[in-house]
Design a protein. Structure first.
Length: 300
């Protein structure tokens, strides 16, 4: 694994397609290793094999796209100014943090811990998912989550029909998580609902989140629209960058539930890819913290 930090080196490999090798100046080519996503050193040399491609990025979003066979000194490659139309450039900050060194466990959990710190400062339970907006209810299960000051307390989870104000689900749950299996049995497309939780040591009630249920076809259509843009930018479908860019774009389009649901779908499809799961959690937790902080500020 390459060593160093993005802050120090200011260059990171954020996309790799095909056979790309890396070795240091002064070493022989035979010791070259496969390039991985992450920071690069100025004294390293990249070997691009036929048909391969690699994208490098600087903190300001400047990109270098190497797609011709040959050897390239990292210190000499040419970067192009940030392009606002490029999804890579638009979300450059994500890649410069996600593709940094493998961090310590406490650092990996920093975004989730910050969500907990923000939520517990208010005293009332904080709703984490689903958030306000569209929600695809055609998934086999939906993971409802919230946070409160007590990890082992009972909470009453209620989901209401928005028009009738009558509950369609009323469950007592220990902890902060509930898996709703076969959600299509109680949640209908094109209908509006809201939910809240109550409980914990103080038995306080959370604020309510309103969400609109849509068919999975609408969810999939929005994902495909983003992925078609990625294809035009030569980002291989199914790659880690493509996955993270899709999630970031859904958040940017004001569809946080879609973003989180797409992330959960990817985790389920790639159960053995621990690193992908960690990066998906990072982007979702980062955005959750922003949304929760903004919501608490508005309610003060």
């Amino acid at each position: 694994m390459l060593s160093g930090s993005i802050q120090a080196q200011e260059i990171a490999a954020v996309f790799i397609d095909g056979n790309v090798l890396v070795y240091r100046k002064g070493e022989q080519l035979k010791v070259a290793k496969n390039l991985i996503l992450g920071p690069l050193h100025q004294d390293q040399i990249l070997v691009i094999k036929p048909g391969a491609r690699v994208k490098l990025m600087k903190p300001g979003g400047e990109l270098c796209d190497l797609n011709q066979p040959g050897e390239y000194f990292v210190s000499s490659v040419v970067f192009h100014p940030k392009e606002e139309v490029s999804l890579f450039s638009k979300f450059s900050e994500y890649f410069l943090s996600f593709f940094s060194e493998v961090r310590k466990a406490d650092e990996k959990d920093s975004h989730q811990n910050s969500i907990i710190a923000v939520s517990r400062g208010s005293g009332k339970p904080i709703l984490l998912f689903p958030l306000e907006g569209l929600l695809s209810a055609d998934e086999s299960e939906i993971h409802w989550s919230w946070d409160g000051a007590c990890d082992s307390c009972n909470f009453k989870l209620r989901i209401y029909d928005f028009s009738t104000r009558k509950p369609v689900l009323n469950k007592t749950v220990k902890g902060h998580h509930y898996v709703l299996s076969h959600p299509e049995k109680i949640l209908r497309p094109d209908k509006k609902y809201y939910w809240d939780v109550q409980g914990g040591e103080s038995n306080l009630k959370s604020e309510s989140n309103v969400f609109n249920v849509c068919a999975v076809s609408q969810f999939n259509r929005q994902v495909r629209e983003i992925q078609s843009i990625l294809i035009k930018e030569n980002i291989v479908a199914g790659s880690t960058p493509a996955s993270l860019l899709t999630i970031a774009s859904l958040f940017d389009q004001g569809q946080p539930n879609f973003a989180i649901q797409f992330g959960e779908r990817l985790k389920a499809e790639n159960r053995n890819d621990r690193l992908l799961a960690e990066r998906i959690s990072e982007v979702c937790n980062r955005q959750l913290r922003k949304i929760i902080t903004a919501g608490l500020s508005e309610s003060e």
